[in-house]
Design a protein around this ligand. Sequence first.
Ligand code: NAD
Length: 258
Amino acid sequence: MPKPLDGKNALVTGASRGIGRAIAQRLAADGATVAIGYANRPDAADQVAAAITADGGTAFPLPAPLGTHGDAAALWAAYDRRITAHTTRTGVDIIVNNAAIGRSPDLHTITETQFDELFATNVRAPLFIVQQAHRRLHDNGRIINISSGTARLAMPDIMAYGATKGALDTLTLNLAQLLGPRNITVNSLAPGIVDTDTNAAWLRDDPDAQAWASSLAALGRVGRPDDIAGIAAFLASDDARWVTGRTIDATGGALLGV
Ligand code: NAD
């Protein structure tokens, strides 16, 4: 039976764990050939690719430390070399800019280095990935930037992180305008609190934290990576062809009652 993303090539950054892993698995289940971008855990990226292959999909690990123009150029050079081993189609149809630094110090403690690292990974990297992808990106393509509900909420403890996601949403708007004539859609997907390793220390084993985090969402629970992956799969599909330049809320209705 045909699948919605049959014949499509996808790159997911930061896909060795968490939301990126779930998105990579879902895009592969929907038929795409998926590059599993990773920075420093080849074993974990290998495991994701192996799990996808065991399920009948196609995926391969792609070393992809991110932040600079040179990193993006190296990523695409490695992608070009590796994609041909897995499919006869070159180029890329779907880019998911997922990798990010997820926490940030507060106003009083943040250093210039920490601020710069946050913006390099969360904003500069997606910009240069798209810039360097340009000639490889097929018409009718999809760019999905993983933003955050914190871009639109006052959360002073992580304000610099929230600011990176606000900047990413602005990039989304502008890239959508720029790439629209080629029928390439560009959207942000903004999760609320999701149960991933990055939140494990404060969330997973603390019933009070679980209850507080669940109470923020109208749907009454913390998000799961596959909640986000399903929305990413929709945005990647042909059914989402008329949605572009938007930030899609994926928070389970966070703070609707406030
Ligand atoms: P995570 O920390 O589990 O995974 C992030 C991935 O990004 C990791 O694989 C990490 O290695 C990679 N990464 C970080 N810096 C990198 C760099 N410089 N180069 C290459 N890779 C790098 O995070 P997650 O919880 O799965 O979140 C995924 C995305 O969702 C992020 O963009 C995050 O901001 C966003 N998000 C997460 C939540 C949440 O509650 N988990 C909420 C809102 C938004």
